[in-house]
Design a protein around this ligand. Sequence first.
Ligand code: DAH
Length: 340
Amino acid sequence: MKNKIENYIKEVNSFSADNLQELEDFRVKFLSKKGIIPALFGEFKTVPPEERKEMGQLINELKITVQKKIVNLREKLKASSHNEKQLYDLTLPVNDNLGGRHPLSIVRNEIIEIFSRIGFSVSEGPEIEDDFHNFTALNFPEEHPARDMQDTFFIEKDPDIALRTHTSSVQVRVMENNQPPIRTISPGRVFRNEAISARAHCIFHQVEGLYVDKGVSFTDLKQTLFYFAKELFGEHTRIRFRPSYFPFTEPSAEMDVSCNICGGKGCNICKYTGWVEILGCGMVDPNVLKACEIDDREFTGFAFGMGIERITMLKYQVNDLRLFFENDLRFLNQFRSSVD
Ligand code: DAH
């Protein structure tokens, strides 16, 4: 019996496990109810009294050796599995699951790029605006019904602080701080208290444009926007202007582009008219120049404003504006390969 136990001790000492399963088998072999050690304790009963002390000590030594072995090996296996995780396989192909630009960012960047090619800088303003920059300086008189044109999210009343309802407020900030020549576009987020639907949202994005210098005319406005439309929608794009009204421009117009889906023949996107409206524009009202302390006898200017969602919908034939805000990867992944 002594020999047998000593051999077990040797076996245990030289044992090593490659994985947790092997270690578990080892534990079962020695320590489980039907394992070697309980069996030895069983045999112990038949040991003559004079050998009992020695045998008892040996069996205990075996048991402790087995237990220590298990603890040691378990630690080692854990540590090595941790190390494995830190090993990098540099031969693996590069992960192509990187994010892509949001469609609104793609279109915003494209608009910025087109205007920067003809000398427009980019300017930004705050999303929380005071009444002066959002309305008053833009020639919305106090109590004028034009202020109702936009449902506003007010943050404070008297003095009025609100989420800006349009990026036209950035025009005011630029003109307050710079003398002409001014040629700038202002992309940004705007807010209106509207019910959310496929065609409207309470948060959306606009790009405002402003050009103020000596002798700027409506012809400059038309040519600039014609160039923009062709760059954005394609060489064959035509434009037309319809008279409109905005408090901050005089005269004012809305610009349509020939429908890029049907080429002007008529389809459900353009409601069979061949034209789609993409922006509002006009000559900066002299009152706006005055409010910003720019001499309206010396300078004239044009301004325009467009919705990025609307343009993105036309360009990519998206028929529900809410898709831009839901972050559904099935929608967003369709834009992954687009240039930005
Ligand atoms: N601010 C207008 C809006 O939110 C858009 C606009 C129209 C901007 C005409 C302009 C402009 O600069 O000249 O509906």
